[in-house]
Design a binder for this molecule. Structure first.
Ligand code: E4P
Length: 217
């Protein structure tokens, strides 16, 4: 499973990249707002820092023509830019046009397998089911993700699935179990993936015993 970080914070991106586990980045307008930085400056810095890795950047227009225009502009910012397009009728039309131009897209705000199906039909590079937000309204986000995975498998769809809106490590574990192509994970959750209380306790005991046994390497 590829690991993307779901953030627009350059320091978080750098830290996870340095750990050697980063395969890509996803941003959205809310994440950029959280950084408090000017939008273009933040996005350009991420694209540069992550040269060679896909970085999703979202359009803000809601009509097809506007989305296509914005997508072309964003694609010019870096050859690793992937354009996030919301899963609306206008968005699907935009993805169709952008696919024909060879511009990579990530269809976002996907909450049902049928939305994922139409996104694939028009050649989306990635599709992002939002599992946490589905859980938030009392449904099962992972069940929706599983349906998307099975439908894509049945038809041999090439669009890659990004499990998005991940809230905790158990989401990540289940995503890996389901064999999703990619999980885009917030910084805090990525950090928790390294930790286990038994590792801390075990290490403490080994170090104490090493000291008592006079082990020095
Ligand atoms: C990623 O592509 C999405 O924008 C993100 O995962 C949404 O997460 P949220 O539901 O926590 O805002």
């Amino acid at each position: 499973m590829k690991i993307f970080i779901d953030t627009a914070d350059i320091n978080e991106i750098r830290e996870i990249k340095d750990l050697g586990i980063l395969d890509g980045v996803t941003t959205n307008p809310s994440l950029v707002k959280k950084t408090g930085r000017p939008w273009k400056e933040a996005v350009e810095e991420i694209l540069k820092e992550c040269a060679g890795l896909p970085v999703s950047v979202e359009v803000v227009a809601t009509d097809t023509e506007g989305m296509v225009r914005e997508a072309r502009e964003l694609a010019r910012l870096g050859d690793n830019a992937v354009i996030k397009i919301p899963c609306t009728e206008a968005g699907i039309r935009a993805v169709k046009a952008l696919s024909a131009e060879g511009i990579r897209t990530n269809v976002t705000l996907v909450f049902s397998p049928l939305q994922a199906l139409v996104a694939a039909k028009v050649g989306a590079t990635y599709v992002s089911p939002f599992i946490g937000r589905i859980d938030d309204i009392g449904y099962d986000g992972l069940a929706v993700l599983e349906e998307v995975i099975s439908i894509y498998e049945v038809y041999g769809v090439e669009t890659e699935i990004i499990a998005a809106s991940i809230r905790h490590v158990d989401h990540v574990r289940r995503c890996a179990e389901l064999g999703v192509d990619i999980a885009t994970i917030p910084y805090k959750v990525i950090k928790q993936m390294f930790r286990h209380p038994l590792t801390d306790v075990g290490l403490e005991r080994f170090l104490k015993d090493a000291q008592e046994a006079g082990i020095q390497i």
